[in-house]
Design a protein around this ligand. Sequence first.
Ligand SMILES: N[C@@H](CCC[C@H](N)C(=O)O)C(=O)O
Length: 279
Amino acid sequence: MRLRFTKMHGAGNDFVVIDATKQPLTLTPEQMRHLGDRRFGVGCDQILVIEPSTDAGADFRYRIFNNTGAEVEHCGNGSRCFVRYVVDAGLTDKREIHVDTLNRRLRLMLQDDGRVTVNMGAPVFEPAALPFDPAGLVPRLEHGFELWPVEGVELGVVSMGNPHAVQRVADVATAPVATLGPRIEGHARFARRVNAGFLQVLARDRIALRVYERDAGETLACGTGACAAVVVGIRAGWLDSAVEVQTRGGQLRIEWAGGDSPVLMTGPAVKVFDGEIEL
Ligand SMILES: N[C@@H](CCC[C@H](N)C(=O)O)C(=O)O
């Protein structure tokens, strides 16, 4: 099969985007892995498949697969690329788009400067939502927020639709992302594994962040990871309600008013090239 695709990135988190709005497409996990392979395939962190909506309230449905072929619930940087793609491909003339993912409906807005703002929904802090098993652990409370001792560090756990465990570090440049990241990602307390964030507070409105993503390993940016880090930082009393997040691949802006209010994420979405590959 010859497959047409578009390569895109959001702050360096890169995607193979596939338009399945006109005809259904099913790729095997092996085909996904081939697409994701940076030497033998195209190369990407995630694969995004855009489908027609199955619900009257949404404009599209989009599915997200890590480059291992595993389907996941949410991808912040990918959702911005999704909007850029459907607008540039003429699949919609709207600037405010509603899309269904595996477990959330997102509202996304294309800004005049080309950046995209995504209403990411509300964070969920209950350990069961990740799921995270805290049995036998005694958390340290920081401004009333639970930081859980796991692998010798303190983790704030939060679901943004997908699972995140965030730790504060003194310096992201020297943080043990490559060694500790996989240990947290695959820790037995996270039954569906977890994205491991390393957060450095630079000021009350500015952080630096690295994320060791579930399946994909460290990426240049993680949108849901940025949301998770900021909401953990706000709940722990380290951050104000609007924060610039410096990732290794670019800058994201995250806003959260607390409680049940949604997290807003604004950032870039860039097309790299169109291509075709034999699968
Ligand atoms: N890069 C993404 C997150 C992709 C999914 C993640 N690796 C998971 O397994 O949950 C983002 O920008 O949010």
